[in-house]
Design a binder for this molecule. Sequence first.
Ligand code: GLN
Length: 241
Amino acid sequence: MSEKRVINLLQLYPRDMNIYGDWGNALVLMRRLQWHGYHVNLLSYNVGDEFPEAVDLIVGGGGQDSGQAKIGDDLLKIGPKLIDLAEDDVPMLMICGLYQQYGHFFKTKDGQVIQGIGLLDIETYGGEERMIGNIVSESDEFGTIVGYENHSGSTVLGAKAQPFGRVIRGAGNNGKDETEGARYRHVIGTYMHGSILPKNPAVADYLIEKAVMRKFGIYHPQVIDDHIAETARETAVTRPR
Ligand code: GLN
């Protein structure tokens, strides 16, 4: 029998950046990869750790402003490595706080500037008003995307970032221009917690396909019964904000 192929899935800063169920994204990727026939090596990277040698897929979550400040310097240290991996088409999913820090900077409402790694062409400015609630967006590639947002940072996209979706309900990047999240190569940044992947299997399978194709050059996905995810999506869309 042939050996199962292994995907190295890395969680960035799960100790400090992991709110509103963002850890669920790693669980979904792990379980769907297994259903599609792969072994998963689940790795964590926290402040001060050695960055792992081999990485095929990276996820990171949100955090309080204080958590963001705590990881800030360490993230800048591994930034060049993350940029190289992104340029080499490693897929990544960054939620809220880490989405902001994948950009150029996050200026908090107290005037503190947390430098980002500039992998995404975005800037974020903390404000007085929090943008909280269920959120729905629409994307040509993924269809309807559903999640939950809670941030005071307003993000603006530069020319090199594509929006992840158009806001149908909720605030999204800044409550004004109807964009939500940002994409660059196979990197997705988004404000959607929830966690996002259990309710959006199309996004999970996109990340998986990119990781598998990049590593093995061939991908035969299994058909997964997503009726529970479908029901969760339908319910989430009807929930009040
Ligand atoms: N602290 C950031 C903000 O409020 C990020 C919050 C989060 O990750 N949910 O904008």
